[in-house]
Design a protein around this ligand. Structure first.
Ligand code: NDP
Length: 453
């Protein structure tokens, strides 16, 4: 059996060797899921709810272990990794309220009774990327299980360790065999098999727009349900009347969190021209102040990039002669480090300004007014998130309604809370995860008429 070596991105040392599953093993996992499906669906709602709560408790009890796996396996700073493990438990707990609330409707009709049921969609294939291995796993897993579906997760090849451990914890918590399986392996082998297999009824994919659109086309052949969370090139719009100190102090974290490997990264900062120079003066110390270093140190705010290849890709957006306004520090020596980098001024067609860099590189451009800010913010195939900084509530609402994106924050950069919906416009995705309606993405509505006459 072939294996994949997981490297610590901060040291380049091998951490673990993980078997790469074959297409045949994917078929076996699908058979196990199919065998588990009727039993899982038949578990009484209250019992399924308490199993999910027990699962959440077991994940919480292993928070530190999971966090440390993520520190060594992905280079995430330990504070962030603890939050990520906690997020898995929180999402499981939130959707544990689902089984008892999968409500249908009673619709008035002549001659009988008409009711609707929310039936489980079937086996769910959950394809997870390397940038947030734990949260993105949890966002699909929680609602899919709550709605009565078995789940097969395919973690990213580089970052399978926490998913594998969470799969073991599910069994420890008492989830029946086959209800949640983790299948490490190549996307083109295992992921593709989940997409192609007729018994898998739904694919939840997070990753690149390129792979996502291909999977959507593949799913179309079987009219397979699909939820996509794809790339982003989000705008952080700063108007002249904003609290500039706060806007500048927080802007680095809106793009350099997770070393910029975040689909919500606000990687285009659009600043009203009259305050552009002042904003840049305030931004510089904020960027230089980002603590980049050992992910195991609780004071670290930014770790390394995921791999040497990815670092080379990020670096290609900052060629010799690029307009680097200023940049922060990064450790020398082993590890896939890249310093927080601010580019200004950049041309409208500079790839760093138009493409998803997925690294700690941000572009800052001046805008004349509200209309130009909206035009530039929308001048991208993406539409995932964004921020608006202004003290004018009317403008905040006008701009929030005009920007074509799924998640916006005003005077804040918060974009993901498990109890609010998350997802993208345009090529940033299809469908929504999280929030009160996520169970709908894992159920089919069945309408039943019962004649009374
Ligand atoms: P991919 O889209 O290639 O990978 C995401 C997931 O899909 C991984 O689990 C991958 O497996 C799997 N996959 C790949 N090919 C297939 C396939 N044919 N069928 C089924 N599953 C498949 O992203 P990359 O890791 O290559 O990252 C490339 C770029 O994508 C990044 O630099 C970034 O710009 C963007 N990206 C965006 C993310 C987001 O959150 N929106 C997340 C990750 C990446 P495997 O690991 O084996 O390749």
């Amino acid at each position: 059996m072939s294996t994949f070596t997981v490297l610590n991105p901060a040291t380049e040392q091998a951490v673990a060797s993980v078997p790469a599953s074959s297409a045949e093993q994917a078929d076996e996992a699908i058979s196990r899921a199919a065998a588990a499906q009727p039993g899982w669906r038949a578990v009484a709602p209250g019992e399924r709810a308490s199993l999910l709560r027990r699962f959440a408790d077991v994940v919480d009890a292993h928070n530190e272990e999971l966090a440390q796996l993520e520190v060594t396996g992905t280079g995430h700073p330990v504070g962030q990794a603890r939050w990520e493990a906690g997020n898995v438990a929180a999402v499981l707990r939130y959707y544990s309220a689902g089984p008892e609330r999968l409500l249908g409707q009673q619709i008035p009709v002549p001659g009988g009774l008409n009711v609707t049921f929310k039936e489980p969609v079937g086996i769910v294939g959950l394809i997870v990327p390397w940038n947030f291995p734990m949260p993105i796993l949890g966002w699909g897993l929680g609602p899919a299980l709550a709605a009565g579906n078995p789940v097969i997760a395919k973690p990213a090849e580089r970052t399978p360790l926490t998913a594998i451990r969470i799969g073991e914890l599910a069994l420890e918590a008492g989830l029946p065999e086959g209800v949640f399986q983790v299948l490490p392996g190549k996307g083109s082998v295992v992921g593709q098999r989940l997409v192609d297999h007729e018994l898998v009824r739904k694919i939840v994919f997070t990753g690149s727009t390129e792979v996502g659109s291909k999977l959507m086309a593949d799913c179309a052949r079987q009219v397979k349900r699909v939820t996509l969370e794809l790339g982003g090139k989000s705008a952080n719009i700063v108007f002249a009347d904003a609290d500039l100190e706060q806007a500048a102090a927080t802007a680095p974290y809106a793009v350099f969190d997770n070393a910029g490997q975040d689909c919500c990264a606000r990687s285009r900062i659009l600043v009203e021209r009259s305050v552009f120079d002042r904003f840049m003066e305030l931004l510089e110390p904020a960027v230089l102040g980002v603590a980049v270093g050992d992910p195991g140190d609780p004071g670290t705010e930014m770790g390394p990039l995921i791999s040497a290849e990815h670092r080379a890709r990020v670096a290609s957006y900052v060629p010799d002669g690029a307009p680097v306004a200023f940049r922060g520090q990064a450790p020398a020596g082993p590890g896939y480090w890249y310093p927080p980098t601010v580019l200004a001024p950049v041309g409208a067609d500079d790839p760093a300004f138009t493409e998803e860099v997925f690294g700690p590189v941000v572009t800052v451009v001046p805008v004349e007014d509200e209309a130009e800010a909206i035009r530039i913010a929308n001048d991208t195939p993406y539409g995932l998130s964004g921020s608006i900084w202004t003290r004018d509530i009317g403008r905040a609402l006008r701009v929030a309604r005009a920007v074509e994106t799924g998640n916006l924050s005003v005077n804040s950069h918060a974009s993901v809370r498990y109890w609010t919906p998350f997802g993208g416009f345009k090529q940033s995705g299809l469908g929504r995860e999280l929030g009160p309606d996520a169970l709908d993405a894992f159920t089919e509505v069945k309408n039943v008429f019962i004649a009374t006459e």
